[in-house]
Design a protein around this ligand. Sequence first.
Ligand SMILES: C[S@@+](CC[C@H](N)C(=O)[O-])C[C@H]1O[C@@H](n2cnc3c(N)ncnc32)[C@H](O)[C@@H]1O
Length: 220
Amino acid sequence: MPAQIQWSAVQQYVEGLVPPRHPQLQRMEQEAHKLRFPIIGPACGQLCYQLARMIGAKRVFELGSGFGYSTAWFARAMSENGQGQVFHVVWDETLSTQAREHLSAMGLDPFVQFRVGEAIAALRDAEGPFDIIFNDIDKEGYPEAFPVIESKLRVGGVMIVDNLIWHGQVLDERDREASTMAIRLFTEQVVKSDRWISNLVPIRDGLLVATKIAEMARVP
Ligand SMILES: C[S@@+](CC[C@H](N)C(=O)[O-])C[C@H]1O[C@@H](n2cnc3c(N)ncnc32)[C@H](O)[C@@H]1O
């Protein structure tokens, strides 16, 4: 075995194992590449899809949805689970419209509810509980989002959060950027909580997968 395996080679290998995708998903991947728009990519998409199928998810809430790439993976799971709704939430009207077009081209729009606005506020206003909550907003917002996600997810539900490796910045102790600090704080909050079983899955930029095992204590 080689002494050091290259990170990018492992990522490429893992991504290459993802089965062929819907042509529209491939177009979205090309568009993201061309515009340098951050999407979760095929390996994380496949894991989101797998988790949603595994737990038979019917209610999924996404914070920071973009043009609908991650949404499409969850919506596919809803369709194959027989029913369900994914909440697509982004504060940009143009991205929301593009997402509608992409999801409709895949015939998955009946499984999606589109909301334009700030995602943490939208989750606060949404009626829970959800089976899966996926968080991909601006990283400074992660610590604020955590208690809201916790209150809206059912016990046994799954929280999925992107970018916890943050291009390696979390490993650099000298890095004190607000985004890096927020990711570190959020990660610590989750892994130290006895209400969650969590794992940082090192695919792409690091996907946290955490199962909620207990409710927060109620304030009397
Ligand atoms: C990383 S991209 C989303 C990618 C998407 N999850 C995917 O993989 O297809 C995050 C998007 O959410 C938007 N966003 C960031 N913070 C937000 C917030 N607090 N509320 C609503 N939208 C937000 C960003 O402007 C961007 O369009």
